[in-house]
Design a protein around this ligand. Structure first.
Ligand SMILES: [Zn+2]
Length: 210
């Protein structure tokens, strides 16, 4: 479909992505061997790139790599949990290193390709939505209708990724609190999860630039 096509990006973006990929394949692998990771796994994706020569964004993952990563997790026996299941297991101290929660931030429309892939295997995932992105006419972002459609065919749950995608640590406390609250109120598909220690905001936020 048309909106999966990626327009040209600079050589600098391509180079940065190649460096990031090389580091993850070498340094990342060595660190994992030296210090085995024995915690529940939360993976965070953004957009999906279908054209290997032409990544749209530094955070994009190639579709081919994405499917290989998911297949690897399946082969390793990871149990994929939804946001609700993950939160419940966390509250009851039942989380094990085999738990995996897949998340998406921002959310560019190219992510729909990943959502379709995960849904084929009934794998739950979490989508952290920027309210201003979902309200905008910029064709790059999923709008509410796109997200509702994803919700209809998948086991997706939705959280907040703020309203304007600002670095909230640089915003004054009053404005940041207001934006966080608005990002819950103005998000029509947000999932409610209750944490005892966060009863004021019974929803989940994934802070931009964390
Ligand atoms: Zn973000």
């Amino acid at each position: 479909m048309g909106y999966y096509a990626n327009p040209p990006r600079s050589k600098k973006t391509l180079l940065k992505q190649q460096i990031k990929y090389m580091l993850s394949q070498t340094l990342g692998m060595l660190i994992n061997m030296a210090i085995p990771f024995e915690e529940p796994l939360i993976l965070n994706y953004h957009g999906i790139c279908l054209n290997e020569e032409n990544p749209r964004d530094i955070n994009d993952v190639r579709y081919k790599d994405f499917t290989v990563q998911i297949k690897l997790l399946q082969a390793l026996g990871y149990k994929f949990l939804s946001l609700t299941e993950f939160s419940e297991a966390y509250k009851e101290s039942r989380l094990t290193p085999a738990a995996c929660m897949i998340t998406f931030d921002d959310v560019p429309r190219s992510f729909i390709k990943a959502a379709e892939y995960l849904s084929r295997d009934n794998i739950p995932f979490v989508v952290f939505v920027c309210v201003a992105h979902a309200n905008s006419d910029n064709g790059n972002w999923c709008r509410w209708d796109d997200l509702r459609k994803v919700a209809s065919f998948s086991k997706a749950e939705f959280g907040s990724h703020s309203v304007y995608h600002r670095r909230l640590s640089k915003v004054n406390l009053e404005d940041a609190s207001k934006e966080i609250e608005e990002s819950f109120q103005d998000n029509p598909i947000i999932c409610t999860v209750t944490f005892p220690e966060a009863s004021k905001f019974p929803t989940i936020i994934d802070f931009p630039f964390r």
